[in-house]
Design a protein around this ligand. Structure first.
Ligand code: COA
Length: 254
């Protein structure tokens, strides 16, 4: 059985974690298939955006597969976490834009996976949380580093040290999620990103990600470099031409 159900919507895809009975928990097989899927869309520029969600309405992803985890030795857990860190990082480094639709609970590694995505839409009934300390461990797939970068150290410490579950509306007010919405809303967001020039969208994504932790002058230079990637493109000329001709631009990613 495939670990993901992949639905193509032309320039974007929906990936649904296919593990409802285990609440879409992160098994080894699922993480390996995630790696292959990210590599595929990163190499193939025709897929511009991925909406990542979970099967059913109970969970986006219930974190580590705790049943599988009991069968693993400490060195095996350590090796698995290392590969997860690398695979999660590959979403951020990809030119493809990732939108997490949190259709239900996202705990531990489920929240960590969503933090690697560029945007998060959360269902009104869903909850998020880095709950690891309740299990005697700490977030091990980037949570202690990405959460403070997203919401600040104070909020991140409160959430990680208490391990509490955060309801959707609060997740949005803390900046953990972009908005409360439905799968349709996430797909509409994907479609609206796909209407824009491909090279410009990925240059903007990387300018924001790479610049966020630089000192301002270095960050402004980085912005200049990323802007330069768009200057020689056919799409930039098409944007200007379409504006002059009062029509919708047709971008080709060149
Ligand atoms: N790993 C493996 N299996 C899991 C799992 C996980 N992280 N989370 C849930 N499951 C399994 C349950 O064991 C159960 O299996 P069973 O039918 O064989 O008993 C099944 O999924 C349904 O779980 P249940 O708790 O009854 O579902 P629910 O819809 O009422 O609640 C959650 C869903 C996600 C809120 C709840 O399962 C939960 O809190 N899970 C633990 C999450 C967690 O602590 N993650 C952090 C890991 S670091």
């Amino acid at each position: 059985m495939s670990e993901f159900i992949i639905t193509s919507h032309g320039p974007f895809e929906q990936w649904t974690i296919n593990g409802e009975a285990r609440r879409n928990a992160l098994s080894r097989a699922m993480v390996m298939e995630l790696e292959a899927n990210v590599a595929r869309v990163s190499a193939d520029r025709s897929v511009r955006v991925v909406v990542l969600t979970g099967a059913g309405d109970k969970a986006f992803c219930a974190g580590a597969d705790l049943k599988e985890r009991t069968t693993m030795s400490p060195p095996e857990v350590s090796a698995f976490l290392s590969s997860m860190r690398k695979i999660f990082r590959s979403l951020e480094l990809s030119d493809c834009v990732f939108i997490a639709f949190l259709n239900g609970a996202a705990f531990g590694g489920g929240t960590e996976l969503s933090l690697c995505c560029d945007l998060r839409v959360i269902a009104a009934s869903a909850e998020m949380g880095l709950t690891e300390v309740k299990l005697g461990i700490i977030p091990g797939a980037g949570g202690t580093q990405r959460l403070p970068r997203l919401v600040g150290k104070g909020v991140a410490k409160e959430l990680i040290l208490t391990g509490r579950r955060v309801p959707a509306a609060e997740a949005v007010s803390l900046g953990l999620a972009n908005r409360v919405g439905t799968l349709e809303d996430a797909l509409t967001l994907a479609k609206s990103i796909c209407e824009n020039a491909p090279i410009a969208v990925s240059a903007a994504k990387h300018a924001i990600d790479e610049g966020a932790h630089l000192e301002l002058d270095a960050a402004l230079l980085l912005e200049q470099e990323k802007y330069a990637l768009t200057l020689g493109t056919e799409d930039r000329l098409e944007g200007l031409k379409a504006f002059a001709e009062k029509r919708t631009p047709v971008y080709k990613g060149r």
